[in-house]
Each structure stands twice: as structure tokens, then as C-alpha cells.
Ligand binder design. Structure first.
Ligand code: GTP
Ligand code: MG
Ligand code: ZN
Length: 388
């Protein structure tokens, strides 16, 4: 199906990808070079791809196949990963998700994904349950919108915002805090929420309403064509409504029905999709999150606690643990009231969570390494036996 007359950059292609592609573009199984396509949706094991036309770009195969065809992007539905891909994947986080650039064979019609290009940015969280594992939520995102709802109750909690800011920092994308449903908050409540969010965030904070359009011009002005924008937020805060209000693109995101009574959760988004808005912005709508277990390293804390991170450099001891040593700048700021006690406690808690995670990940990597060496040693022994 021919979809849009857009080139690679219109689908978020960046020159950084070119080197990665060139390094990986050994001929595919068909002996032909593989071409890049972008994942625009995923439904279990089936992928929807958009296949921009790279014709005329040095080294790229002609993606549209037919010679002399106008420069167009094709959409492919129902693509799946190749057997080789599955064999080489080290874990679930290696599988493509919406936003990934993958390599396909144009002659195969792009129905098989042979490889994926390294991600420029990746937003991840820890897997639910006891397992130590990474769950990838959004990739190759330039700007991540951290979406909350100002409809009272639990849709805007500063503790979740801190977590989201840390996750955003670890993802490598820049962030923006979006307080949606401003139409449902009083002027004072709105002001208070913006002030509270601004204390935690060293990134822009804006109050908007997908319903009335308030603040949307300001939000839209921060995003540029060809840029990939992701969203992180609980279910029902209005992510899909924002996609639609910002100019839904070719297809409209399915918005939830009003959350009263029986209609609750009726159109909740269940899988991620990339929408190309009329403005040329690529906006990824995904399912709401219930919890955000952190994934990544301790440095990410700076994203959610800029004032504390700044103080840490001023402690007397370079390896200060900020829990009672003399000359601790954070302690002093806490005592003088320069930083809030609740923020300090939240920071300590997330730091503990991330430190613990780093140790778990290291242990896991070591165990896997040991296992790999064991297998290699076993193989070598078997080989030697064969030779003798
Ligand atoms: N009053 C008001 N209602 C809104 C606003 N934005 C969204 N809603 C409503 O809130 C409900 C949930 O919106 P959705 O866009 O489906 O929420 P979502 O974040 O996509 O939810 P999930 O897909 O479950 O993650 C719908 O009934 C929307 O119409 C807003 O700015 N103001
Ligand atoms: Mg939704
Ligand atoms: Zn200290």
C-alpha cells in the first residue's frame, strides 16, 4: 500500500543511523543489501512498518522497488522478525518496538525484519514482578512528554513525576512535563501544580487541555517536523486525546470513553503506534503505565532532583554518602530548609532503588558470562576430543 509521499527524514531518519546501517548492511539472506524501515506499530509479534524511499541516497537500495516510481513511503503490515533475528536476540529488549529502525529486504516486500539499528534513545523500566529485566517502552524518541492529569486525585503525584524525570534522563531523550486537563482544575490548583512540577523538573512544564485547546499552541511550538515525540503517563491522563488535539495525522488515536461508571477503560490504548501529525511531528501513543520501576543508572537521578545533584558536588568528602558525614552540603541544605525533606527522602529512596538495581544487573551479567564461558569450554573440550 502506498501511503505518503515522504522521504526518510520525514519519518525521523538521522544521519547517525547512516553509519550504523552502512556497518550492518552486509547482504541479507537474499544476497541483496537490506534497507531501513521504521516500526510504526506492533501487535504482539506482528509489526507495522513504514518504508521510506531511500532512492538516490548513496548506497541505499531502492525501497519502493518499481523503477521510476514517484518518491513515496510504503506501509507494510504484518511483518515479523526472521529466524536469524530470533536466534541472535539476547533477550526481549532486543526485539523491535514502535520507533525502531529495522532492516528489511525490499525484494521480500519488507515482510521480514532481519536486524535492528542501534537505538539513539531508549526509555525503559524494570519488568514487573521479581525478575531483574528491562522492558523497553519507547525508542528513538527525541522529546518525551511526561503527561499528568489535573483532574484531581492521583493523576498528578510529584513522586511519580520524579520517577518519570529520572527515567527520562536515563533514556537520553529530552523531556517536557505536560499537565493535561487544565480545564478541570481551578486557577489556584493549576498554579500550584505547575509550581510543584517546576521544582522537580529542570525541563519545561506546561499546563494544557486537550479538551479546550489551552496551552496546545505552546506545546506544538516546542516540537519540530521530523522529530519523534514519545509520551509517558498513567492510563486516562489524556495521551490519546493529546494526539488527536495536536492534529492526529492520517489515523486518529482511539481515545478513552468518559471514565464514569461502566464505560471505564473502554478505549484504553493497548499497543504503541507512531502517528505522523499534520505538522510533520512524529508522535508515539502508547498504553498507560501503572507503575514505573526504574531501570538505568544512578546518574539519572539528576533528572528528577537537579537541586540535590547540584549540592552533592559541594560536600567535603568526594565519596560522601550524604547520610550524616561532616561537611555534607545536602545535610546542611536540609537543615537550613533550602531543600525539602520530602524531596530528600524521595531522592534517597530512588538512589537506593537504582544502586540495588545496578548490583542486580551486574550479578546477572556475571552469571550469564560464567555460563557462556562454561559453554565455550565445553565446546572446546568436545572439539579436542573429536580431533584426538
Ligand atoms: N476534561 C478533559 N477531559 C480530557 C482531556 N484530555 C482527555 N480527556 C478525557 O479523558 C479520558 C481519557 O483520555 P485518553 O486520551 O483516552 O487517555 P489515555 O492517556 O490515552 O489513556 P490510556 O490509553 O488508557 O493510557 C477521555 O474521556 C478523554 O476525552 C482534557 O484535557 N480535559
Ligand atoms: Mg490512550
Ligand atoms: Zn554529602
Amino acid at each position: 500500500m502506498i501511503d505518503d509521499t515522504y522521504g526518510p527524514e520525514d519519518w525521523g531518519w538521522r544521519h547517525e543511523f547512516h553509519a550504523a546501517w552502512a556497518a550492518m548492511s552486509d547482504p541479507g539472506p537474499g544476497g541483496r543489501p537490506l534497507a531501513p524501515a521504521r516500526v510504526t506499530g506492533r501487535e504482539r509479534h506482528l509489526y507495522e512498518l513504514v518504508f521510506p524511499d531511500f532512492a538516490g541516497r548513496a548506497g541505499f537500495p531502492d525501497a519502493t522497488g518499481a523503477a521510476g516510481s514517484p518518491r513515496m513511503a510504503r506501509r507494510i503490515e504484518g511483518a515479523s522478525v526472521s529466524g536469524r533475528f530470533e536466534y541472535e536476540a539476547r533477550g526481549p529488549s532486543d526485539y523491535p518496538v514502535t520507533g525502531d529502525w529495522v532492516l528489511v529486504d525490499p525484494e521480500e516486500g519488507g515482510s521480514r525484519i532481519h536486524a535492528a539499528l542501534p537505538r539513539r534513545t531508549a526509555l525503559s523500566r524494570g519488568m514487573a514482578g521479581d525478575e531483574t529485566g528491562e522492558q523497553v517502552l519507547a525508542v528513538n524518541v527525541d522529546t518525551l512528554l511526561l503527561v499528568f492529569g489535573l483532574d484531581g486525585g492521583r493523576n498528578f503525584l510529584v513522586r511519580l513525576l520524579e520517577r518519570a524525570l529520572v527515567a527520562a534522563r536515563n533514556s537520553g531523550a529530552s523531556a517536557c512535563v505536560v499537565l493535561n486537563k487544565a480545564d478541570l482544575a481551578s486557577a489556584e490548583d493549576k498554579e500550584r501544580a505547575v509550581a510543584e512540577a517546576s521544582r522537580a523538573a529542570s525541563v519545561p512544564v506546561i499546563a494544557v487541555s486537550a479538551r479546550t485547546g489551552e496551552g496546545l499552541d505552546e506545546l506544538a511550538a516546542m516540537l519540530s517536523p521530523g522529530e519523534t515525540v514519545g509520551m509517558l503517563g498513567k492510563s486516562g491522563v489524556g495521551k490519546s486525546a493529546l494526539v488527536n488535539a495536536l492534529g492526529g495525522g492520517a489515523a486518529l488515536a482511539a481515545e478513552g470513553a468518559n471514565r464514569d461508571g461502566d464505560l471505564r477503560g473502554r478505549h484504553t490504548t493497548t499497543s504503541s503506534r507512531l502517528f505522523r501529525l499534520g505538522s510533520g511531528v512524529l508522535l508515539i501513543d502508547g498504553p498507560g503505565i501503572r507503575e514505573l520501576k526504574l531501570w538505568g543508572d544512578v546518574d539519572g537521578l539528576e533528572g528528577g532532583f537537579p537541586e540535590i545533584a547540584e549540592l552533592a558536588g559541594g560536600c567535603r568528602f568526594a565519596d560522601c554518602s550524604h547520610s550524616g558525614e561532616p561537611g555534607c552540603a545536602i545535610r546542611e541544605a536540609l537543615e537550613s530548609g533550602a531543600i525539602e525533606q520530602s524531596r530528600y527522602l524521595a531522592w534517597l529512596e530512588l538512589r537506593r532503588e537504582l544502586t540495588w538495581l545496578e548490583r542486580r544487573v551486574d550479578d546477572k551479567a556475571r552469571r550469564e558470562d560464567e555460563l557462556r564461558w562454561k559453554h565455550i569450554a565445553k565446546d572446546q573440550k568436545a572439539m579436542k576430543k573429536l580431533r584426538d
